[in-house]
Design a protein around this ligand. Structure first.
Ligand code: CTP
Ligand code: CA
Length: 226
């Protein structure tokens, strides 16, 4: 009963979450993408909304329902996601990057479907690096002025703590969250390693929604102390 009268953890906050994979076109019918169901990002958007925040969810191609009350912006490529993220981050107070952004895209996408020529020859694709959306938002004026709290994620196949620590410093984010293996793609549960300036703490295996609620509480704690 008393809890009913307490302000919600993220009341008054504007939270932007990126989620899912990106899709990088090769031609009108093909492309490359990353493995990501978007479930963790969608769970975080839901948990943040339940915690009283105004939430914008920038989603790559996924097949998940939009959490109730959340504004969803659908994007396809990393370049689309970057545009949306930079725009919505301008008015945000928290930016949470869970998306599995393709690190590279084909240098040029063909206007027409590539056809086999019968000789067995294969297309020679050239790639260019995609912009680092999180690093860009985290080095923008709002983040530098302390008005935007940025959170990154890392999916690593090995040496999670070392890679997550290095990634946190490289992207200049106060909080970097590692997915504790084995690979969690598409699963409903996960375990997380929270890495900040103080060190690392583990959120033990649980459903993605429960972990999202715990992460929201951890972010709220840091917002109020910073
Ligand atoms: N990220 C991003 N834009 C990119 C690449 C990554 O915003 N072009 C974000 C992800 O959403 C995640 C964090 O950066 O929050 C770390 O992503 P990850 O792929 O683990 O790191 P990279 O910097 O791409 O390094 P690598 O894949 O080589 O380990
Ligand atoms: Ca990457």
């Amino acid at each position: 009963v008393i809890a009913f009268f307490q302000p919600k953890l993220l009341a008054g906050q504007r939270v932007v979450v990126t989620a899912g994979p990106t899709f990088e076109a090769i031609d009108p019918v093909r492309g490359i993408t990353n493995l990501s169901s978007g479930k963790m990002g969608f769970a975080i958007a839901r948990a943040a909304q339940d915690a009283g925040a105004e939430v914008t969810l920038i989603a790559g191609p996924v097949s998940l329902p939009t959490p109730r009350g959340v504004r969803r912006v659908d994007v396809k490529s990393a370049l689309n996601m970057r545009l949306a993220a930079v725009e919505y981050a301008q008015a945000a107070t928290v930016f949470i990057a869970t998306a599995a952004v393709a690190d590279w895209r084909p240098a040029t996408a063909a206007d027409q479907k590539l056809k086999k020529d019968g000789s067995g020859a294969t297309p020679q694709l050239e790639f260019v690096e995609n912009p680092d959306i999180l690093a860009e938002v985290a080095s923008g004026p709002r983040a530098i002025e302390g008005k935007l709290f940025c959170v990154g994620f890392a999916a690593e196949s090995h040496d999670l703590l070392a890679h997550a620590t290095a990634k946190r410093l490289r992207k200049k984010v106060p909080l970097l969250v590692g997915n504790i293996g084995p690979a969690t793609f598409g699963q409903d549960d996960n375990a997380l390693l929270l890495v900040d300036a103080q060190g690392a703490t583990e959120l033990p295996r649980n459903t993605k929604l429960q972990l999202a609620r715990q992460l929201v509480a951890e972010i709220a704690k840091r917002l109020h102390s910073h």
